[in-house]
Write a protein that binds this ligand. Structure first.
Ligand code: ADP
Length: 274
């Protein structure tokens, strides 16, 4: 065989059908999405997506900008109800129960959300984390202990414990993002949704958050939207590739990045588009 032939990778045959609803080995299903379509007016931003999100794992959604990743993620705690003209078809089950039958405050407590840009309230560090718990009547020692616990889980406690009553705005971008995570964790969510949580952060702050996600999956199910393919390959157990509102492929992360079944996935992860 000629030397140049050895250098040319032999393409593996690509299966024509998407592999929807791939079962997660050895993990319980936390969220099951069945035939989900999300509309803004007449525009179908997410098209008949079915997939499962396994418990205590990190699932990443990747795909080019505008492919419906955020819309999909936000549907998982009914954020579309805040958007005029938005509606969904299909169903989303949390532990087997349709999320539309769960009281909204309860659902948002169980399925917490962290956004792209850290969004601390104009309050102290302590008050930011305590916010949701106070609304539920927590106070005194029980409240301070819960705030400490959440800050510890978000790997921020050691950096802020001596100035809990300083403004959250005094924190760096990476610290503010961990504060947003602590605020979500204070309500002990079963699922944490993260929408591009590191896109405004430098590599060191990003590495800190990724490390944190790895620790959090012990107690939480995590779904993360990221445009950063390295981040998905470093952090996620499962990766779902979206294109034009459709789920093209979902598999274990090492398969998506090492041996994807679909040509579109391969083209995307090798940088041929997007
Ligand atoms: P991604 O997260 O992959 O970048 P999005 O879910 O944000 O994609 O957007 C998917 C599609 O839905 C895009 O065409 C976008 O313009 C559209 N879209 C997103 N949010 C809204 C909205 N509030 N109103 C109307 N269209 C929207």
């Amino acid at each position: 065989m000629k030397a140049e032939q050895l250098l040319i990778p032999v393409p593996t045959p690509k299966s024509p059908e998407p592999k929807f609803e791939r079962p997660a080995p050895a993990a319980k299903i936390k969220i099951e999405v069945r035939g989900l379509s999300c509309f803004y007016g007449n525009t179908e931003a997410v098209k008949r997506v079915s997939l499962t999100i396994p418990e205590n794992r990190i699932s990443a959604m990747i795909g080019p900008s505008g492919c419906g990743k955020s819309t999909f993620l936000r549907s998982l705690n009914r954020m579309y109800e805040m958007v005029r003209n938005a509606r969904i078809e299909g169903s989303i089950l949390l532990n087997g129960v349709d999320i539309r039958t769960i009281e909204l405050t309860q659902l948002r407590r169980r399925v917490g959300m962290v956004f792209q840009k850290a969004n601390p309230f104009p309050k102290s560090i302590f008050d930011n984390v305590a916010y949701g718990l106070r609304l539920e009547g927590w106070h005194g020692k029980r409240l301070s202990e819960a705030v400490e616990r959440s800050l510890r889980r978000a790997a921020l406690w050691n950096e802020v414990k001596d100035h809990l009553h300083k403004s959250a705005y005094d924190l760096s971008g990476g610290q503010q993002q961990r504060l947003s995570i602590a605020r979500a964790l204070a309500l002990s969510p079963e699922v944490l949704l993260l929408d591009e949580p590191c896109s405004a952060l430098d590599p060191i702050a990003t590495a800190r958050i990724e490390e944190l996600l790895h620790e959090l999956k012990e107690t939480c199910t995590i779904a993360i939207v990221t445009h950063n393919l390295q981040q998905a390959s470093r952090t996620a157990d499962f990766t779902a590739f979206f294109l034009s509102g459709e789920l093209i492929e979902l598999d274990e992360t090492r398969t998506i990045f090492g041996n994807p079944a679909r040509k579109e996935t391969e083209d995307y992860i090798t940088g041929r588009f997007g």
